[in-house]
Design a protein around this ligand. Structure first.
Ligand SMILES: NC(=O)C1=CN([C@@H]2O[C@H](COP(=O)(O)OP(=O)(O)OC[C@H]3O[C@@H](n4cnc5c(N)ncnc54)[C@H](OP(=O)(O)O)[C@@H]3O)[C@@H](O)[C@H]2O)C=CC1
Ligand SMILES: CC(=O)[C@@H](O)[C@H](O)COP(=O)(O)O
Ligand SMILES: [Mn+2]
Length: 381
């Protein structure tokens, strides 16, 4: 039995993680979880899964739930609450499905508490991948990818030697605007941007997918997870999201992982690793039904965010922290209809240009750079 702590239980990855746990009561038990502001769904999760610890974002919601449920459940809140859930004594595995760099501290604390970390929260690795991976190595803790591309690569690498990798090939659907030119992006709306062709996901990652920043964040995520230089991490546009990513080896042989676009599959792989078990209500992949798979060269002039991410990743140090914080602030502004779609990459570029890189930023520097960058971007809006 694996005892699970879940950060971001009310989100897209969070609710699909609950589906996986629900499907295997013999394998998993949810002992602790966090939500943000959706306490109606939190109530339902408490009633169904009977956890021991629950964290909410706001103090008022904490008081409300504490009054409702009494002492049978422990409640906590805020940033400290996320950490309480991450290090909960009974849990053996943390699923980090919270949104944004707020997931960094709980990840670091979970590693220090020797919990296995199943990571969906890519911003954590983008903002401070060096700290996370160094700590994981020191504490001999597994960081298992949930992101579909990284799960695919991780699956391709089973039984292989890392030294024999030639390159990783990360696939990208192209997002909601893949058939538009850059000029045609002038007047696109939030509603248009949220219409992803293949995946149903939270709002922020759906916008990242439309700007191609999602692939940029994933390139940096892959750099840290698989310890490879950026020159060995490629991306390719693949409209169908059937090949979730590939690995080319020294002999030019390529391994790919395929499947229907269903995040429960990589979530369950991380939860069960190194085993595989059946998953209810999954559709077997029928390639004859799909007929054709398409691939296109990635155009970094069209997808400016991808270019910025490669540049920030290669410069390294504190630059990816700025990239991530500027992106989080700009995407939030776009979702609130305060800026246009094309202003997202313009704001990120400005934030990167003015930043003086720190080569090996410690946690305090990362926290300071993250909040300073958000303030700067917000001041421009
Ligand atoms: N969705 C997907 O298919 C994929 C997602 N990912 C990554 O997984 C992560 C989660 O994405 P997704 O599930 O789509 O996001 P959602 O927006 O659907 O969910 C985010 C979750 O985080 C909670 N949350 C947000 N901000 C805070 C905060 N400040 N404090 C506490 N809790 C907070 C939300 O709570 P509430 O709603 O209660 O306010 C919710 O539970 C992201 O890093 C994303 O890039 C990676 C691959 C695929
Ligand atoms: C499901 C998942 O892992 C997402 O990160 C997905 O990859 C988004 O699709 P894009 O390929 O459009 O970014
Ligand atoms: Mn992905």
């Amino acid at each position: 039995m694996k005892f699970i702590s879940l950060l971001g239980a009310t989100g897209s990855i969070g609710t699909q993680t609950l589906d996986v746990i629900r499907d295997h009561p013999d394998l998993f038990r949810l002992v602790a979880f966090s939500v943000g502001k959706n306490i109606n769904l939190a109530r339902k999760i408490i009633q169904e899964f009977n956890p021991e610890l629950v964290s909410v974002e706001l103090k008022d919601d904490y008081e409300t739930l504490k009054n409702e449920f009494g002492h049978s459940i422990q409640f906590t809140y805020g940033q400290a609450g996320l950490i309480d859930v991450a290090v909960y004594k009974k849990s053996t595995l943390l699923v980090n499905a919270v949104l944004g760099s707020v997931g960094l501290l709980p990840t670091l604390q979970a590693i220090q508490a020797e919990k296995t970390v199943a990571l969906a929260n890519k911003e954590t690795l983008v903002t401070a991948g060096h700290l996370v991976m160094e700590l994981a190595k020191r504490y001999r803790v597994d960081v298992l990818p949930i992101d579909s591309e990284h799960s695919a690569i991780f699956q391709c690498l089973q039984g292989e030697q890392m030294s024999e990798i030639k390159r990783l090939i990360i696939t990208a659907s192209g997002g909601s605007f893949r058939d538009l030119t850059r000029d045609q992006l002038q007047n696109v709306t939030v509603k248009d941007a949220l219409n992803h062709p293949n995946w149903s996901m939270g709002a922020k990652i759906t916008i990242d997918s439309a700007t191609m920043m999602n692939k940029g964040l994933e390139v940096i995520e892959a750099h840290w997870l698989f310890n490879l230089p950026y020159e060995h991490i490629d991306t390719v546009l693949h409209r169908e999201s059937i090949i979730h990513s590939m690995v080319e080896f020294q002999d030019s042989s390529v391994k790919a992982q395929l499947g229907t676009p269903d995040m429960r599959i990589p979530i369950q792989y991380a939860l069960c690793y190194p085993n595989r078990v059946a998953l209810s209500n999954t559709k077997s992949l029928d390639l004859t039904e799909i007929g054709q798979l398409h691939f296109q060269k990635m155009d970094q002039e069209r997808y400016v965010c991808l270019k910025l991410a490669y540049e920030a990743g290669k410069i390294g140090g504190s630059m990816p922290t700025v990239l991530n914080a500027a992106n989080e602030a700009a995407v939030a502004a776009f979702l609130n209809e305060k800026i246009s779609f094309l202003q997202i990459d313009q704001l990120i570029e400005k934030a990167l240009e003015r930043h003086n890189v720190i080569k090996h930023p410690d946690l305090e520097s990362i926290k300071a750079i993250d909040s300073e960058t958000r303030e700067y971007v917000n001041s421009l809006i």
